[in-house]
Design a protein around this ligand. Sequence first.
Ligand SMILES: [Zn+2]
Length: 312
Amino acid sequence: MSPAVYLTVDIDRDANIPVKGEVAAGSAGGETRFAASMQGFYQLTKIMADKGANGSYFFEARTLNNIMEVKKRFDAMLGGLDDFMKGQAVGCHGIDHEDLTGQLTEVEVPKDDVVKILFMSKQVVSEAFPENEVNGFRAPYLKVNPTVLEAAAEAGFTVDSSLTVSEDFHRKSISPDAEQFVELPGGVTGLKELQGNGVTAPPKPFDIETPAGSLKEIPLPMINVADKPRTTYFWPLFEGKMTHEEFTERILSVLDEDNGKLLLALHTWHLVCKADGNLHDKTDGLFEGTYYFKKVLKGLMEAGVEFKPLEW
Ligand SMILES: [Zn+2]
């Protein structure tokens, strides 16, 4: 079987940052912005469509509303955004990129409000893509706790992809008494082993039982990238910590060592601007984030890697 990459794409406001005292997120380096994210979504979907690569798209509702206002441009480019999306998995990423746990913003969001936010985000994404089943949720900043997971089940989600696989991170991202709530899957690699080996076994999906129903958790793996255990976001590539050759090599070596399946993640704004909010330089007429993404996709596909949507 060919090795497979499950690329998960967060479509959220540009270079988003939590704002103390505010539920909604802001953008680094100034006012809340959406332009880079929209432009990045435009570039990414075009590249993916050209290559016949499929993936999974977690939409922040506010950013999606902005995209839908200029949908004609996407339709012209892709021969129909709806058609393109039919082959993809589509999920939700909040309305205003809320820190639903309040850990980063110091604003407590009551559970009823969390349910409302998640329910409404599901409505917005379902209305935009009526042909897709919108069952998946990824928490903004990957911040969840037992209340948020229960709220996600209550709002009708059946899949979550917010947890990281390393046991330590896992506990941290849930709560100190996480084990009582989440059954850790067998064979999860702890952070120590991870630093030693530089790779975890790719995490298998597992079930999380909440009082409002169960969720299938499709966790983010952690791999050693640029000498640190990290989630498999394209961060080191887009922030200039690795060249596109190094990044492609690293992904291929993980696919080799493991069972040939790996979940990757990126933000659409990162194709256009950096985490500090400044635009990428350009190479060959493309923002470097876009240029590097294209190179990595090409490198992986030439090595025989298939790009598939997460199955849910
Ligand atoms: Zn996000």
